[in-house]
Design a protein around this ligand. Structure first.
Ligand code: AHR
Length: 518
């Protein structure tokens, strides 16, 4: 049968199956035999800035702290992040990156100059956490560093020397300085950001000006030894398609491995509370999250126009929700609670990034600890994880797995069944290197459950699942009640005559695993 006939047959089967299975709700077609594109684990990356209590208090407590630490880095946070296999960590900003001078953060701590963190609360930054401490953190986490250099207020020489300090193994001024500071071997940093939001806090540049600056800075970020830098150009904010167009047009593609994009799920004119909201605002945030997906497709279409071979990756290196800070906290510290609504945003985002893994090769949620859509909160010696953390834990099965093409009918969700609507359910599926299939299902609908029926026959396969669910859309974890929202095993599915039928409860995230030998 030729390809057209096959597609027609699949479509006819799809329509008839839906008609025949009215009660099934959603009929899901998986095509594991066509799973080719790899979902880079780097899509599950993180971002930690010198902002509020992210670095200081979040990771770094210092060697003399009574909080259990290894070389100044808290053990509890490292343990929690190792559990979800964080693939990379972007640092030191953010806006902070373009006023950070890396030489202030090396050498004996008592000699490091202090600076004012003008972006984030005007607090004094004592530079106790610098290059060596960050590389130690990455080593403890078993994660790849992603360093963002300073274009806005730095120099080409400064950036070039930072790369030399990190990556050159021979005799040179910067390699010798590194050795003097206690590190013999180069670290071999691969992922390198050339500035951050250079249309805004990174220097208020025009796209044309930045494109030229990028070419200069990137030229002097050298590859040392076998280490080939993966250079990421500072990309657009939100729907600034012209920025993407200019960069794709003006920067030779061999100089740019990735082009970034930042997009926060937020209503800038009224951010609202992270915890006090009703269904209208729940819906509004999910809608904004999916609006970003549409905008991302426009950025991708522009990239496709200039780079049909997909040599330049889209790097979504800042994403997440942004609300009003928690009452009584420093407005510059961006500390917000994290609820089931945020878990939905995380799961939806990761599902749609999986689906675009042919172009999106890296993404970084903002920010890992105590800031914006955090995965972890710390308070003194206490630490808890958030609903968003649990989504990353559930979804780690997709790391470096192959995306399975899927199709399914999409029932709609609109609050009160009137007005605008969204797909109630979003799904993504992958096949890992052991041929296990994982399906991640998100049901945004707070009141309706769905039955998901699969096209595949389950022969001799073991099926298991885990779920993140809560009754209330603003359910969250606190230091007093740390496990209020957490994942549990899930087995509300049936296999009859080899047909798998998954019950997807309202407002839930479920990951199903199908493995051979059941
Ligand atoms: O994540 C907080 C800030 O948001 C970052 O510093 C900046 O890049 C963005 O505007």
């Amino acid at each position: 049968m030729n390809r057209k006939l096959l597609t027609l047959a699949a479509f006819t089967f799809f329509v008839f199956s839906i008609l025949a299975q009215k009660d099934a709700g959603i009929f899901l077609i998986l095509e594991p035999a066509k799973a080719e594109e790899t979902i880079s684990r780097h899509i599950y990356g993180h971002f930690s800035e010198h902002l509020g209590r992210c670095i200081y208090g979040g990771y770094w407590v210092g060697e003399d702290s009574s909080i259990p630490n290894t070389n100044g880095i808290r053990n509890d946070v490292v343990k929690a992040l190792r559990q979800i296999n964080i693939p990379n960590l972007r640092w030191p900003g953010g806006c902070f990156a373009d006023e950070y001078h890396w030489k202030d953060g090396i050498g004996p701590k008592e000699e490091r100059p202090k600076m004012v963190n003008t972006h984030w609360g005007g607090v004094t930054e004592d530079n106790n956490f610098g290059t060596h401490e960050f590389m130690e953190l990455c080593q403890q986490l078993g994660t790849e560093p992603v360093i963002c250099g300073n274009v806005g207020s730095g120099t080409v020489k400064e950036m070039s020397q930072w790369v030399e300090y990190l990556n050159f193994g021979g005799i040179s001024p910067m390699a010798d300085l590194r050795r003097k500071n206690g590190r013999e071997d180069p670290w071999g940093v691969k992922y390198w950001g050339v500035g951050n939001e250079n249309w805004g806090c990174g220097g208020n540049m025009t796209a044309e000006f930045y494109a030229n600056q990028y070419r200069r800075y990137a030229t002097y970020c050298r590859d040392y030894g076998n280490n080939k830098l993966f250079k990421i150009a500072g990309g657009a904010g939100g729907s600034d398609f012209q920025w993407t167009e200019t960069l794709m047009k003006e920067v030779p593609h061999h100089m740019m491995d990735g082009l970034s994009l930042h997009y926060y799920t937020v209503n800038w004119s009224d951010k609202g509370s992270a915890t006090e909201f009703g269904e209208k605002l729940y819906f509004d945030i999910l809608k904004r999250c999916l609006d970003i997906e549409k905008a991302m497709d426009r950025h991708i279409a522009i990239m496709d126009k200039y780079d049909p071979e997909k040599n330049v990756a889209l790097v979504f290196d800042e994403w997440g929700t942004w609300y009003d800070v928690e009452p009584g906290t420093n407005p510059g510290f961006l500390f917000q609670q994290n609820t089931m609504r945020d878990a939905m945003v995380a799961a939806l985002t990761l599902n749609y990034l999986n689906e675009r893994c042919d172009r999106v090769k890296m993404a970084n949620i903002a920010q890992t600890v105590n800031v914006l859509q955090a995965l972890i909160f710390t308070e003194g010696e206490k630490m808890i994880v958030t609903p968003t953390y649990h989504v990353f834990d559930l979804y780690k099965v997709h790391h470096d797995a192959n995306l399975i093409p899927i199709s399914y009918n999409k029932p709609q969700y609109s609050p009160g069944n009137e007005g605008e609507s969204l797909d109630a359910v979003r799904i993504s599926a992958s096949k890992d290197k052991n041929e296990n299939i994982h399906i991640s299902l998100v049901n945004m609908h707070p009141h309706e459950g769905y039955s998901i029926k699969l096209n595949q026959k389950i022969d001799n396969q073991k099926v298991t699942g885990r779920i993140l669910q809560s009754e209330a859309m603003n359910s969250h974890n606190t230091f007093e009640n740390p496990d209020n929202v957490q994942t549990v095993e899930y087995s509300n599915f049936t296999i009859k005559g080899g047909e798998l039928n998954i019950k997807l409860p309202p407002m839930s995230v479920v990951v199903i695993k199908m493995e051979d030998g059941g």
